[in-house]
Ligand binder design. Structure first.
Ligand SMILES: CSC[C@H]1O[C@@H](n2cnc3c(O)ncnc32)[C@H](O)[C@@H]1O
Ligand SMILES: [Zn+2]
Length: 431
């Protein structure tokens, strides 16, 4: 048994209290063995955490990690125009090698900002999976299906790919990779494909993940065509099960909030993307009051434009207050819970809490920074003041992915170089 101890830190516990303690990790099991005092003696290796906050690794509940290649490629447009005029034409040129290069860049960014698990919808998923395996992160991956604008054969092929990928990769990378069936959204996938393939996803035992109620323009066609709110339509198509999770949930009415709460379906709130694309303000406080499981996600780096979950936490608190017109709405504790346990629960992972027996997924935040001084309340600092650059160490599944700000599993300089070349070649092909 190989043991790792994280020593001398302030540890954020599941009840959001903070205590001075060591964390002892069984690296073979990838689990936290004990949280207590003087545990360094039991360890083969230590990570120093003095003057630092030891927190559960952040869980990014909705991402398109390879879209780092399109960061800054098209900004300042609303969702539909952005996708149709810029993003989809560029993505049409992406090769598997491009996606691998973009995914590696995104994974470096995730590790450096303390994220240890994420859910990802994209194309060329086998290449994303290889990158995740080498990076050492935990991920729920899926192939995103779009059937609009395709003939029947191509549409079925896309849905079949999503199902096959979900079946084949579930449990990959020693269990660090899990999967989901991923229709892109309720307006971009025809109901006949949902009717045919969702029961197969259930049979395969994988959840379903999709964009829902992101913009007003996405709600209106479903109401017009089917006479139903989008999430009523989703429930009727078997897409609102406890293991399922939707991205965005901006334009949800009270009846849909009740549906989500009753179904146990998670919502991944993506505040930065919603602000940048001017999609709207999700009623996060209302969803939390109703008992909906709410997590946080960055969405892709082309609509954010980074993958820092600490930025997302701050944005969620700020936007939540604005949306509720109430400064006490979406307080620091709620945000930290969404950043960790909420996202993990929504996407069906056990991580997001530091306690004996839990997965050893954690981040260590350097508190010796002017913007984290004084230390009245470390939960407040995590929600409002900490930044990606404050992350010192990142550990996932008991393995050290970053030590003293040096990423150990990927060659950061090489990854950046490949991403620069790949993005330049992509731009040249699209023009
Ligand atoms: C079919 S793979 C995933 C697909 O989703 C696109 N995408 C990125 N951000 C968003 C968003 O905010 N709403 C809807 N779709 C989005 C991405 O570019 C891929 O094409
Ligand atoms: Zn998205």
């Amino acid at each position: 048994m190989t043991m790792l101890a994280i020593t001398g830190g302030r540890v954020l516990r599941p009840d959001l209290t903070v205590t001075s303690a060591d964390v002892l990790i069984d690296q073979d099991a990838g689990e936290i063995r004990e949280i207590g005092t003087d545990l360094a003696g039991a360890a083969d290796e230590t990570l120093e955490a003095a003057e630092s906050l030891v927190t559960p690794g952040f869980v990014n509940g909705h991402c398109h990690v390879a879209m780092t290649l399109l960061r800054g490629y098209a900004d300042d447009k609303p969702l539909e125009a952005w996708l149709q005029e810029d993003i989809w034409p560029a993505e049409g040129e992406l090769t598997a090698a491009d996606v691998r290069a973009g995914a590696e860049l995104g994974l470096v960014e995730l590790i450096k900002s303390g994220t240890t698990a994420f859910a990802d919808m994209y194309f060329h998923v086998p290449d994303v999976a290889v990158a995740v395996e080498e990076a050492g992160l935990r991920a729920r991956l899926g192939h995103g299906i779009v059937t609009v604008g395709k003939d029947g054969e191509a549409a079925r092929e896309d849905a079949t790919t999503s199902l096959e990928i979900a079946r084949e990769y579930d449990g990959a990378a020693d269990g660090r990779i899990s999967t989901a069936f991923m229709p892109h959204s309720l307006t971009t996938v025809g109901s006949e494909y949902l009717a045919e393939f969702v029961p197969e996803a259930r049979e395969a035992g994988v959840p379903v993940h999709y964009h829902a109620n992101e913009t007003v323009d996405e709600v209106a066609p479903i109401v017009d065509e089917h006479g139903q709110r989008p999430l009523e339509y989703a429930a009727e198509h078997g897409l609102l099960e406890p293991e399922d999770f939707v991205a965005h949930g901006v334009h949800v009415d009270e009846s849909e909030i009740d549906l989500l709460a009753a179904a146990g379906t998670g919502v991944i709130h993506c505040p930065a993307s919603n602000m940048k694309l001017a999609s709207g303000m999700a009623p996060v406080e209302r969803m939390l009051e109703a008992g909906v499981t709410v997590g946080l996600g960055t969405d892709g780096a082309a609509s954010n434009n980074d993958l820092s979950m600490l930025d997302e936490a701050r944005d969620a608190a700020m936007l939540g207050k604005l949306a509720a017109d109430d400064a006490s709405a979406v307080p620091a504790e709620a945000v930290v819970d969404m950043l960790t346990r909420g996202s993990a629960d929504a996407i069906g992972l056990e991580s997001g809490r530091l306690e004996a027996g839990a997965p050893a997924d954690l981040a260590v935040i350097d508190l010796e920074q002017p913007h984290l001084t004084p230390r009245h309340d470390l939960v407040s600092h995590l929600a409002y003041a900490a930044a990606a650059a404050d992350v010192r160490h990142t550990v996932c599944d008991g393995q050290v992915l970053m030590r003293d700000r040096e990423v150990l599993t990927l060659d950061e300089a090489g990854v950046r170089e490949r991403a620069v070349e790949t993005a330049a070649s992509l731009s040249a092909r699209v023009e």
